[in-house]
Design a protein around this ligand. Sequence first.
Ligand code: CA
Ligand code: CA
Length: 270
Amino acid sequence: MKNTMKKIAASLSAAVLCAIPMAGSLTANAAEQYTTYRTSYFIKHENANIEETSITVTTKKGLTKLGRKNLNNTGRIYDIHGSGGQTYDHINVVWKRYTGDIGTQAFKKKGLLYNETSKTTYGGKFEDYLVSNTALDIQAKDTNGDSAAERIGYFAVNVGDVTGALNSTSFKDFKADGITGMDALEVQKLVKKGVTNIAEYSKTVDYSSANNESVKTLRAMIAGDINNDGKLTDNDATVIMYWIVGRVNDFSRFNGVADNKIVDMAENMK
Ligand SMILES: [Ca+2]
Ligand SMILES: [Ca+2]
């Protein structure tokens, strides 16, 4: 184990050393770097009996929305409404469980419902772009038609910043600490441990506190899943390394690209 870690550390520092001649261009391009956010919504506990969620988010201009991905096979994103003004964007998303036998499974399962991807060149964390403290409004109904909003939660991560995810102790306060070789290393560690399937892992998480190790691990997995395919792989770690050497400046471009394509894509950027 120790030797493997040493080997990984050695290969990482070799990659970083190779990047030194590029340091000048890295600084010059720093303003063009995008921060990508993955905002994930989840059912907090078993037997939550969630029938439907309706989540509205009002964000300031400067945040570019790139769409959303369903992560729960017991229901789907049903309806999306948008509106906006000169200074804000307002989006409402409705998720509904499937009717019939498949849907009944939703009664018993906690875990991720869907995620949303957005990006900006201004940096910071996702909450910096909400127009107010109440601008992310979660409504939910259970199968009896009663309000179940408190059974739904969300957190956002800065994609690529895996250590930031591990250090975050609040659902609404992502502790960004930049993208470095440590982030690639943490992805490799999780892959080595076999902690790679995000949707499956999300069903085992204790969501009662953002401080729980299982929440931190889930956030780290999501931050490390550069292409948002739901699987953490060594290729995700490699793409993070391409960011460090300055070849990649926008992780959102990998969103939806197949795992076996992302390294080639990173290699050919710029
Ligand atoms: Ca980091
Ligand atoms: Ca992935």
